[in-house]
Design a protein. Sequence first.
Length: 278
Amino acid sequence: MQKTKRVKNPGKQRKRLFKAPAHIRHKLMSAPLSSELAASRGVKTLPVRKGDTIRIMRGDNRGFEGKVSRVALNEYRIYLEGLTREKVDGTNIFLPIHPSKVQIRNLNLDDKWRKDILARKKEIEKPEKEEKPKTVPEEAKKAPKKAEKKVKEVEEEKPAETLPEEEQAPAEKVPKVEEAPKEAPTARKPRARKPAAKTAKKTAAAKKEGVPEEKVTQEETTPAVQEKAPAKKVAKRKAAAMKAAETEEAPAKKAAAKKAATKPRVKRKASEEAEGGQ
């Protein structure tokens, strides 16, 4: 039989159910066996057949027991002897029951094919397995050797056993070196200015005369010298400003001179010329 994939769509499930072939319908008509029958036959479920004794387990007719009179594969229903109801017109009809709601109490073994099914389905008693001696794998054999090597390495790395304090020889006391007290951070000293070209000349002259350099440097760094320095800077700034102003005025003067040169000369009147001639 070809295996079919499971389908979750309910519409496709119903379609497969209604269009199933006879061999699949026969399997869908199976019902569980009673506990006593299942223990004796070694089978849990079997398809219901005509002549089987059945008990209804669910529904309005629960507890009714009777023989199967007919099996309808096209309707997926079975009919029992004695289970009928009366119609309005007075006729009696058999009530249809689904095989999932019944339990097989007794089997009809008139068919030889059914006996073969029972024999095939019956559980075969499996012989007891002999316990084989457990074989130790090679890795497990190598493991203890590795463990012994590790133990030896650890023992070698361990320090020698120390004697109690009473037996130990007195160790030489090492005198402690007193650490010098840390000095507090001092303020940074101002950097000395490099001597200018004039000071260099003065120092050279002082060396010839035999005057020490310290006196020369002290004289140069006097407040009088320091006061003159900003005055020079101010004079330089004024001179630069004057030059900038002159450079700005120069193009304006040039433009005025050009205009004066390009002005047309006015012709004197004839009367003025005559007067001038007289």
